[in-house]
Design a protein around this ligand. Structure first.
Ligand code: CMP
Length: 133
């Protein structure tokens, strides 16, 4: 078993899609180990997305991530990082495969409804950012 972090982003919480996303995750056999609801402030969002420092989309991304409730959750499954990335699809919903969560609900490349860790090392860091684990 391995773990990864998923965040339901503000565009999805505003559209009341938390339960919908949880159902998709459970149907794909992810176990939700822990989850919480919170709103990030500017410095927390910058810290979380520090790997994107210098990118043209960072300021807008930080503002978006602070614009409403988010729901980070720890997910557990065999091959959790790769399987979750496959389930959510490409960052840009216009490029996401049919049947992926982002294909089905994301609004655009920024308001793309969910975030998932991109490696086991980042999953560890991102889980400890939100949880005492
Ligand atoms: P996420 O998987 O959370 O990782 C970084 C986020 O930046 C991404 O999803 C999008 O919400 C946002 N973003 C906005 N524009 C871009 C872009 N051109 N490339 C990558 N990510 C972008």
């Amino acid at each position: 078993m391995s773990r990864t972090l998923l965040i339901v982003k503000p565009d999805a919480t505003k559209r009341k899609l938390i339960e919908y996303i949880i159902n998709r995750l459970q149907a794909a056999r992810f176990k939700i180990v822990e989850k919480k609801e919170l709103q990030l402030n500017n410095s927390q969002a910058r810290q979380f997305y520090a790997v994107h420092e210098g990118k043209h989309f960072l300021d807008s991304l930080v503002k978006f991530m602070c614009s409403g409730t988010i729901v980070p959750m720890i997910l557990e499954k065999n091959n959790a990082v790769n399987d979750l990335r496959a389930l959510i699809g490409a960052t840009d919903p216009a490029k996401a495969e049919r049947g992926t969560i982002r294909f089905d609900i994301a609004e655009d490349i920024e308001k793309n409804s969910v975030h998932a860790s991109d490696s086991n090392a980042n999953a560890k860091k991102e889980i400890s950012f939100f949880f005492n684990k």
